[in-house]
Design a protein around this ligand. Sequence first.
Ligand SMILES: NC(=O)c1ccc[n+]([C@@H]2O[C@H](COP(=O)([O-])OP(=O)(O)OC[C@H]3O[C@@H](n4cnc5c(N)ncnc54)[C@H](OP(=O)(O)O)[C@@H]3O)[C@@H](O)[C@H]2O)c1
Length: 281
Amino acid sequence: MTVLIAGCGDLGTEAGLRFAARGHRVVGWRRSAERLPRPIEGVAADLTGTLPAVPPDTTVVVIATAAGERTEAAYRAAYVEGTANVLNALERDGVKPSRILFVSSTAVYGDADGGFVTEDTPADPASPTGRMVLEAEQLLLGRSAAGMVLRLSGIYGPGRTRLIDQLTRGTAVRPAEPQWTNRIHRDDAAAAIVHLTTAVGQPAPVYLGSDVLPVDLGEVLQFLALELGLPEPPTGETVTTRGGDKRCDSALLRSTGFDFTFPTYREGYRSVLAGRGVRHG
Ligand SMILES: NC(=O)c1ccc[n+]([C@@H]2O[C@H](COP(=O)([O-])OP(=O)(O)OC[C@H]3O[C@@H](n4cnc5c(N)ncnc54)[C@H](OP(=O)(O)O)[C@@H]3O)[C@@H](O)[C@H]2O)c1
C-alpha cells in the first residue's frame, strides 16, 4: 500500500515517517522535494499546477499543504485549488484511495464566546482565510466518498516555539481578560492522521484534533515562565487571539481509540523544552 502526502511539510513529514514505520511506502509531494527525509520518496510537485503521476496502489492520500501568506488569494490557491488538483490527478490516473484526509483548521469555527465547539457546531469562519479552508473541506467531502477532514487547533512542537520565544525575549504579555486557547502537539497531530486513515473502520467525515485541555493563554504563559525560570509576564492589553474565543472538544477523535501522547500543554511543552524531536524543514 502506498500513502501519498500532498504538501509534505513538517506535519506531513512526521505523519509520513510514521506511516513508513508501519511498513507503508510513502510518497511526498512538495515543490522542494529534495528536503524530504528518507524513507519518504520525495517527488517535486506544485499543487497549483500539473501534478505528477499518482502511484497506482495509493490507498491513503493526506493533503497537508499550507499557504505561503495569510491572504485570501494564497489560501484559495493552497487549499481550494490544491485540493481540487489532487482530486483531478486521482481521477486522471484512475486511482481510488480508500481515504483522502484533508488537514484543516479550527479557524473554520470563528468565535464561540468561550463555548465548546465540536464537529456538530456549524462552521462559521470569521476570516476570509478561514472561509477558504472551509471551502476546501466542502469541495473534498462533496467530490469524494473517501474524503475526510481533520480540523487541527494551534500546532506546537519541535521548533514551534512562539510563546517560549516571546517569554525569553521579554515581549510576552498576559491578557487582561481570560483568553481560551487550544493546541495540539505536532506529533499527536501526525499520529491522529495515521490513526484516522488506517485504524478507524468507518470514519466520520470530520474530526476535531485538539488536546484534551482548552486553556487560558495566561495560564500557559505562567507555566512556561515557571519552567524557564523567568519572571511572569506582565498583564496588559493584547491583540485578540487569532483562534477566536472557543474551547475545542476532541471527544469524537478519542472515541475512536486515539490516545494523546501529550494530552495537555504541560506534557507537550515539557517535551519541547527538553529539546525532544525536530521540526521537519
Ligand atoms: N500552524 C498551525 O497552528 C496549524 C493549525 C491548524 C491547522 N494547520 C494546518 O496544518 C497543515 C500542515 O502544517 P505544517 O506546519 O506542516 O506546514 P508546513 O510545514 O508549512 O508544510 C506545508 C508544506 O506544503 C508545501 N506546499 C506549499 N505550497 C505548495 C504547493 N503549491 N505545492 C506543493 N506543496 C506546497 C510546502 O513545501 P514546498 O514549499 O517545498 O512546496 C510545505 O512543506 C496545514 O494544512 C495547515 O493549514 C496548521
